[in-house]
Design a binder for this molecule. Structure first.
Ligand code: FMN
Length: 219
């Protein structure tokens, strides 16, 4: 467990778990610009770099965050059947869920929020369009982790697109792809809970799990 900065990409990737509680310290524009520069090192189709990043700081932007978070919370509560934990419940699940509610309740005052936009191409399928912005978003998240920042990807913009567009003056031709909340973590970065490789990867055929040490077929 570490919340320290790291230049080791393997450590950064394997400890960049979601952070929802932040210290009461601002995240300077230079720090965000550094993470955004890392985002711009990502690949995109034809190197079109169809991205634009909006750092959300104004009262209007914060109002949009609050509206988006409240709506997202309604969905999360319904879909995942989440309820606010009892005050004396100290299980890891309750602590996690408490942090989730706290982040959404305090959305207007998160340390920083960055909206990832992608230029629309009407003939391009959404997944293909996404493939030209989400690598940039992941670069951003890893750069933030490398600097010791914590992040939480959210879907707050999804159910509140008009409010986000209005508050941030986003041109019609741009689509809202993702939103990252950023701050100096109150807790620690730490290990991730993920399914093992053999459950999610195949060697040649879908029904043949890829196992560590498997050799590819000879050409
Ligand atoms: C597309 C997307 C939308 C998400 N939306 C929310 C959200 O609205 N609120 C929230 O608290 N976390 C949100 N998350 C964070 C996920 O819950 C988190 O990444 C996941 O549980 C894995 O947690 P870990 O990073 O700690 O391993 C979102 C993540 C993704 C990728």
């Amino acid at each position: 467990m570490t919340s320290t900065p790291t230049d080791d990409i393997w450590e950064a990737m394997s400890t960049a778990r979601t952070i929802r509680r932040f210290r009461d310290e601002p995240v300077g524009p230079d720090v965000l610009a550094r993470c955004i520069q890392a985002a711009t090192w990502a690949p995109s189709g034809g190197n079109q770099q169809p991205w634009h990043f909006v750092v959300m700081t104004s009262p209007e932007a914060r109002e949009a965050l609050a509206i988006g978070a409240a709506r997202a919370l309604e969905t999360i509560e319904r879909v995942y059947r989440l309820q606010r934990p009892e005050p004396d419940d100290d299980t890891p699940r309750a602590r996690n869920s408490r942090a989730m509610f706290a982040l959404h309740d305090g959305a207007a005052s998160v340390p920083a929020a960055v909206l990832f936009c992608v230029r629309d191409q009407p003939s391009t399928p959404s997944l293909t369009l996404g493939a030209s912005i989400f690598p940039a978003m992941q670069n951003f998240l890893l750069a933030a982790r490398a600097l010791g920042l914590g992040t939480c990807v959210t879907g707050w913009h999804v159910g509140s697109e008009p409010e986000f567009r209005d508050a941030l003056a986003i041109p019609e031709a741009w689509r809202l792809a993702g939103l990252a909340i950023v701050g100096w973590p109150q807790g620690h970065h730490g290990s991730l809970r993920r399914r093992p490789v053999h459950e999610v990867a195949s060697l040649d055929r879908w029904d043949t799990p890829l196992r560590e040490g498997d050799q590819p077929a000879e050409a």
